[in-house]
Structure formats: structure tokens, C-alpha cells
Write a protein that binds this ligand. Structure first.
Ligand SMILES: NCc1[nH]cc(CCC(=O)O)c1CC(=O)O
Length: 323
């Protein structure tokens, strides 16, 4: 195969979803690479993914992994594009044969944010009234918030950020829970009413980071992509992804994490919660950053022993019943 760098065609094709957030992220990656490799031309090719097309079904019900990535992955395997930029949290923990996670860029704030309707601008997550309707389509957010605030109501919300904001402002919801990172990237930081603490909501695996996926045998492209990798974010996300990979069974599960690095020590905290908000298992492990993935597996083992497996089995059984 001709290599990307030494071939006469110095063009690298970047695949992206068409959503505004995806394009902001992809253009950022394009710009970072263009700055470092001015002799190479980086082109953006957009593709609609299943997740962009199915907008009327609750995400948790679709339950399918790779909803936002499959078309881009086919594009790479078919040599139509060379790499794809993903929100790392949307990238399944197991990649198709022949593809690899080449680089992870520096993470934005990975926390979740509370965005409120005007009428609740004086409230916080713990002072919203009984029955206030919170919009979220994430089982992870739902389970944790139900656990801490059983008096709140929850309603599914889909669509891009602008759509969700319009629904909130129109009064369909009293508040939304959204990723800080997405709001910041789209210039909506002013809508962040409260950044949720890790006591209230542990974030999703990979949240706030971008993952760059390419063909596993494209060594020259991988070495280019390493130029924009952020090693600390990569180590944190590798630990988080190993934890999730070990626990999930091919569907959306209420799992949250937090990671910190101090010197060479990585600390990973994880929770598994039941969707009804009644059970929550939480634990922490620490070790060398170079053992990031081993730490994820170790934590998965620990939470399993404390009841996480039962919680997951119930969720898998529920999905089986509904399908
Ligand atoms: N599930 C959708 C999704 N995928 C990535 C982000 C933005 C945050 C990120 O990059 O992690 C969002 C929006 C959200 O969760 O509010």
C-alpha cells in the first residue's frame, strides 16, 4: 500500500459527521494538523451517521453501539477517508477489525452541566422543586440524578444542542443536563447554569476528549496524528475505556467515571447505577499511568464484586424483554 506521507498525493481525507459540534471538532483537528504539517493538505469529508438520521427514538432504546461512528468506519475501511474525528464518548470501546484509536486530544472540562429554564434561574440542581422536569437521554445521568434527587422527574430529549435548547426555552423541560464540553465548543458557555460536581454526577467515559480513529496499518498517518495527542488525556481515557469495556454488554449502561493524574499516579473512580436510581456502586483505584488499562480492568472487577454485575444483568434483561 502507498503510504500517506511519501506518496505524491499529499492529501489526507478527514471524515466527520455533519452536526455542528462534529464540524467544530473536526475543523479544530484539521487546523492543528495543518499548522504542524503545512506541506500536507487535509480535506474534510462529511457523512451522515445512523445517529443523525434516527431522531425520534430514545437513545437508550436504540441501544446500538457505534450509532455515530459506523458510517465513518466503513468509509475508512473502504479507503474513502483516512481518519475520523469523534467525540471520544461516542466511540465504542471495541473497534472494528482493522481500525485503531490513533490519538486522543486534550480534554475539555469533562463534567456535566445543568442548564435551566428562565423561571428557575435562581435554582440549583439540589433546590429545583419536586416534579421539575429534567431532560436527558443518557441512562448514566438519569440513574445518578434519580439516586441523589428522587423527587425530580426525567424526560427523554433528542436532537442537536440547538434543538434541545429550543425545547427547554419553549417550556417542554424545566432543565437539561448537557456536557460542559459540547456547550463550550458551540459557544454556549453562557447557558451553563451549574457545573455538576463529581459527587452528583460522574461523567461519561471519554467525555470532553476527541478520539481520532484510522486504519490500524496506516503507520505513517498514526505517527502524524501522535503530534496532536495529549498523553495525560490519553492515559485517563484508556483507563476509563478499559473500565467500560470490561463491564458493558453491547448496550448503553449507566456507568460514570472520574480520573485524575498526579505525577505518575492515575486515580480512577467509577460508578455503576441502576436506572431506577435505587442502587449505586462506586469505588476507586490508583496506580501507575502506564498501567492505565490494567487499572480500568481492576476497577471493573472491584465494582462487580460489590453488586455492579447484578445491576448490569437487570439492565441487559430489560433490554432483551423490550427487543
Ligand atoms: N451524547 C452526545 C454527545 N456526544 C459528545 C457530546 C459533547 C461532549 C463531549 O465531547 O464529550 C455530546 C453532548 C452531550 O452529552 O451533552
Amino acid at each position: 500500500m502507498t503510504s500517506v506521507v511519501s506518496s505524491s498525493i499529499r492529501t489526507i481525507r478527514i471524515g466527520s459527521r455533519k452536526s455542528q459540534l462534529a464540524l467544530v471538532q473536526t475543523h479544530w483537528v484539521q487546523e492543528q494538523l495543518q499548522k504542524r504539517f503545512p506541506e500536507i493538505s487535509f480535506e474534510v469529508h462529511t457523512m451522515a451517521t445512523q445517529g443523525d438520521k434516527i431522531l425520534d427514538v430514545a437513545l437508550a432504546k436504540i441501544g446500538d453501539k457505534g450509532l455515530f461512528t459506523k458510517e465513518l468506519e466503513l468509509g475508512m475501511l473502504n479507503q474513502e477517508i483516512d481518519f475520523a474525528v469523534h467525540s471520544l464518548k461516542d466511540l465504542p470501546t471495541r473497534l472494528p477489525e482493522g481500525l485503531a484509536l490513533a490519538a486522543v486530544t486534550e480534554r475539555e472540562n469533562p463534567a456535566d452541566a445543568l442548564v435551566v429554564h428562565e423561571k428557575y434561574k435562581d435554582k440549583q440542581i439540589d433546590t429545583l422543586p419536586e416534579g421539575a422536569v429534567i431532560g436527558t437521554s443518557s441512562l448514566r445521568r438519569l440513574a445518578q440524578l434519580r439516586y441523589h434527587f428522587p423527587h425530580l422527574s426525567f424526560k427523554d430529549v433528542r436532537g442537536n444542542l440547538n434543538t434541545r435548547m429550543s425545547k427547554l426555552d419553549a417550556g417542554e423541560y424545566d432543565a437539561l443536563i448537557l456536557a460542559v464540553a459540547g456547550l463550550e465548543r458551540l459557544g454556549m458557555s453562557d447557558r451553563i447554569h451549574q457545573v455538576l460536581s463529581k459527587e452528583v454526577s460522574l461523567h461519561a467515559v471519554g467525555q470532553g476528549a476527541l478520539g481520532i480513529e484510522c486504519r490500524a496499518d496506516d503507520a505513517e498517518l498514526i505517527s502524524l496524528l501522535k503530534a496532536i495527542e495529549h498523553p495525560e488525556t490519553r492515559d485517563r481515557c484508556l483507563a476509563e475505556r478499559a473500565f467500560l469495556r470490561d463491564l458493558e454488554g453491547g448496550c448503553q449502561v449507566p456507568i460514570g467515571v472520574n480520573t485524575e493524574i498526579n505525577g505518575d499516579t492515575l486515580t480512577l473512580t467509577g460508578i455503576v447505577a441502576s436506572v431506577d436510581g435505587k442502587k449505586l456502586v462506586k469505588d476507586t483505584v490508583s496506580g501507575e499511568t502506564e498501567d492505565a488499562e490494567k487499572l480500568g480492568t481492576e476497577l471493573a472487577q472491584k465494582v462487580r464484586e460489590q453488586g455492579a454485575q447484578e445491576i448490569l444483568n437487570e439492565i441487559f434483561a430489560e433490554i432483551q424483554r423490550n427487543s
